[in-house]
Structure formats: structure tokens, C-alpha cells
Design a protein around this ligand. Structure first.
Ligand code: AMP
Ligand code: ZN
Ligand code: ZN
Length: 421
């Protein structure tokens, strides 16, 4: 505490330091004029992309297990459909399903906005893609500041609001830079720093895709993110903030092993020039030309035993994936471990001797799609294992922890009471 007061005693020094240590241009002093801000606990939400729930029991995840031991661990966190990165990161921070928030895939076509992809920096910053109200907007609108490291959506001014501290996505940002940013934010004096931090680490997902969920490379990535979580938790303790910060570590989805022997070749059934495939696998978002949807449906439905094909509006209700205009007329979903591809893609794999790897996107209720939920802090129960919970309930949980009035969502605090002390 004394350290922080000494270091950040003056507003001017604070502003200069924030810019220096975070590399982020925005440096107003949020909360300096908010007397109540200091009283409420803070939330640090960390996402480890593609960290399947059961990785927590691998030897490489010792720091995460230690965090769970003094807090809560869910048997698994259930993603929204499709169990992909962008829909789920955005569900975690909004409490909405994909059909409600509109980030219906990692690749999306909108009649007015055009194409959304992960690499399109303009789309990332375009607020009209992002429906609902992420927790950082709820916080900022209610007078509490937010900071984000690479969380999907944090580059857009949603409802006109970005986190006070944000930056463009930097895929190769070193872990120690991310860790230092987070700890520097937490070290700011009460009321001047963010009440809510959302931070993202991609490594485990990348290894899972390239090598599969059981590969040594995936275990090394688990060890890497676990070390960074350990460094953050140790840094919080050094700052004397263990009883102030509620730490929630989640992932967006799990990972299932794929194989070149389990491929559904779409052009065996359909002329690919007759449709637009907005997203490929394992959920193919197929946009037929106007008036052509029924022909496309009949061409695909029941044609491959491992491919389930739905007309828009007939996707199983439990997936909540019918209402949004960005959902395509035809949605085709591969069974667990199967890949949807074109003949040309399969040929490219052969050239590269691709035989196996991993992916996600499948039915969120599959155990292999289960994600991570670990939390610890002043308001979190201690040493508790809770039943599987859906990720849309994390938004009301965070709003509760931050003493904020939540927006209306599909989540409910009652569904996560077991997490609370
Ligand atoms: P997925 O295959 O659905 O798991 O997508 C994972 C990929 O999403 C990561 O490897 C990143 O490259 C990308 N990604 C994650 N967060 C962001 C972001 N905020 N902006 C752009 N790309 C991102
Ligand atoms: Zn992901
Ligand atoms: Zn992935």
C-alpha cells in the first residue's frame, strides 16, 4: 500500500506513468472523482483460449490448481453455440447467446456491414458488429473504469464506450508484457485504476489446433499460460490485493481431436460455386442465393452420416441459434471430431502431410467442448467444486462482484450463487 501511495502520489506522475508502463495513449484519471469506487472489490477476468476443462488436472497446470484450491472450480464451463472463440468471449462479457449479441461466428456476413473476420482490424473496431453491453461498458457507464488486453470486442466503442485502457490486438505480445500491464493497472491507487480487467492469452488454443489436445506441445502451452497466471496471482499478493481482487480464469471452449480420416467433403454433395460458405468448419455457415435455400438443404440433408444440416429457424432450440439476421439460411454442423472441407483444402493437407490436430465449434454440451472456470478472491467461496455452468452467467456474476446494475441478459446470478462465499 505504502509503495503505491509513494509511487503514484501525484496525478500528473500517475498520468505519465500510465502512458509509460501500459503503452496506451488514453490516460485520464478515471475514478479520481468517484468517491465510492475504492470501496468495491475489483475483478480480473483472464481467458486462456482453448483451455479444455480437464487440462486443469494435468501436471502443467499447478498454479491454476492452487488458485482453484483456495477458491472455486466448476466441473466445466459450457460454451454457447458455436463453440468458437469470438462468440464465446463475447458471451462471457455480455451474458448473451450468439443469436442475441450477433457475433455468430469467427467469420460473419452482414447485409450492411459486409464481412467480419478475425484479421479485419476495421471490423474489430466497428461497433455495429457488437450487440449487447459488455461488462466494461456497464462498468464505465456506472462510473468505474475498465482495462483490456486483447479481449474480443474491446477495440470497438460499443454504445460509444471503450475500456479506459485498451489497445489493438497484438497476437505476439509477450506474456511478461501482458502480466506487467495487468499488475501495473492493479497497482494504481484506489479509484484511479480499473475496477475490471479483461485479459486474453491465445497459446493453448493454437497448440491444440496444430497438434491436438493430447500432444506434448499442448502441454507445454498449458505450462506457459499457467506460469503467467502464477505470476499474476503472486503479483497481486505482493501488492497486498489478494482480498480486494476477485480473479476469474476462464476459457472459451474445449478442444476435440481431428483427423484426416474424418473429413466431410462438401463438394461431394454441392456445387460450391452455387453458394457462399461464410464459415467452414465444424459449423458451415452456408448462404444460398435468394430462393435457392431449399435446393441447397435437400442437397445436403441426410447425405453424410456425420453432418447435421438445418434450415434457419430449425437449429435445435437448446443452441439458441436461429433469431439473428446474420445466421445463414443453412447451418451444417459436423459431429465431434469431424471436419468439413472442400476437395481443394483436402488436397492442400495431403501436400503438407497433415494427418491430425484439434478443433472446436461443435455442440457446446459435448464434454470435449467444456471450458475452464476457476475463481478465487474475497467474494468467492473457498475450496468448492461446483456443477457445470453456462458461460452466460459470468456477466451477472461479475456485475454482482463489482456492485454494478447489470444489463438485461440470458444469464442469471442465481445460476452462479454456488460460486459466491
Ligand atoms: P479460434 O480458432 O476460434 O479459437 O480463434 C482463435 C484465434 O482468434 C486466436 O489464435 C487469435 O489469433 C484470434 N484472436 C483472439 N482474440 C483476438 C482479437 N481480440 N482480435 C483479433 N484476433 C483475435
Ligand atoms: Zn478459442
Ligand atoms: Zn481455436
Amino acid at each position: 500500500m505504502a509503495f503505491r501511495v509513494r509511487l503514484f502520489g501525484r496525478a500528473a506522475a500517475c498520468v505519465a506513468l500510465i502512458a509509460l508502463i501500459t503503452g496506451v495513449a488514453s490516460c485520464r484519471l478515471p475514478g479520481a472523482d468517484r468517491p465510492d469506487a475504492a470501496a468495491a472489490p475489483r475483478v480480473l477476468l483472464i481467458s486462456l483460449d482453448g483451455f479444455r476443462w480437464d487440462y486443469l488436472d494435468r501436471p502443467e497446470a499447478a498454479n491454476l490448481r492452487a488458485l482453484a484450491a483456495r477458491g472455486v472450480r466448476a466441473q466445466r464451463l459450457i460454451p454457447v453455440f458455436p463453440s468458437k472463440t469470438f462468440p464465446n468471449h463475447y458471451s462471457i462479457v455480455t451474458g448473451l447467446t450468439a443469436e442475441e449479441h450477433g457475433i455468430v461466428a469467427n467469420a460473419i456476413r452482414d447485409p450492411e456491414l459486409g464481412l467480419f473476420t478475425l484479421r479485419d482490424t476495421l471490423a474489430q473496431a466497428e461497433s455495429r458488429w457488437w450487440g449487447g453491453e459488455p461488462i466494461w461498458v456497464t462498468a464505465e457507464l456506472q462510473g468505474r473504469a475498465a482495462a483490456s488486453v486483447s479481449w474480443p470486442g474491446s477495440e470497438a466503442a460499443i454504445k460509444g464506450v471503450r475500456p479506459t485502457w485498451w489497445a489493438r490486438y497484438w497476437h505476439d505480445e509477450p506474456h511478461d508484457v501482458k502480466v506487467r500491464k495487468i499488475l501495473n493497472w492493479l497497482a494504481l491507487p484506489e479509484g484511479a485504476g480499473p475496477a475490471i480487467i479483461t485479459a486474453y492469452f491465445h497459446d493453448v488454443d493454437g497448440a491444440g489446433h496444430s497438434f491436438g489436445p493430447d500432444a506434448p506441445e499442448t502441454n507445454r502451452a498449458i505450462a506457459m499460460v499457467d506460469r503467467s497466471v502464477g505470476a499474476i496471482v503472486a503479483g497481486i499478493a505482493e501488492l497486498g490485493l489478494t482480498d480486494i481482487v476477485n480473479v476469474i480464469v476462464v476459457s472459451d471452449h474445449g478442444m476435440a481431436a481431428t483427423s484426416a480420416d474424418r473429413v466431410i467433403v462438401l463438394d461431394d454433395f454441392l456445387d460450391l460455386n452455387s453458394v457462399e460458405i461464410v464459415d467452414w468448419t465444424p459449423v458451415a455457415a452456408i448462404a444460398p442465393r435468394p430462393g435457392d435455400a431449399e435446393r441447397v438443404y435437400q442437397a445436403l440433408h441426410g447425405k453424410h452420416p456425420r453432418l447435421q444440416v438445418y434450415r434457419k429457424g430449425e437449429v435445435p432450440a437448446r443452441w439458441h441459434f436461429n433469431a439473428h439476421p446474420r445466421i445463414t439460411e443453412i447451418v451444417a454442423v459436423a459431429d465431434e471430431g469431424w471436419t468439413i472441407a472442400s476437395r481443394a483444402t483436402v488436397a492442400r493437407w495431403r501436400e503438407r502431410d497433415w494427418t491430425h490436430g484439434g478443433t472446436h465449434g461443435y455442440d457446446p454440451d459435448l464434454v470435449s467442448m467444456g471450458a475452464l472456470f476457476v475463481a478465487a478472491g474475497p467474494d468467492i467461496a473457498q475450496g468448492r467444486l461446483v456443477r457445470p455452468l453456462r458461460n452466460v452467467h459470468i456477466y451477472p456474476l461479475m456485475a454482482h462482484l463489482l456492485r454494478l446494475t447489470p444489463a438485461r441478459t440470458s444469464g442469471s446470478l442465481d445460476s452462479v450463487r454456488a460460486v459466491l462465499r
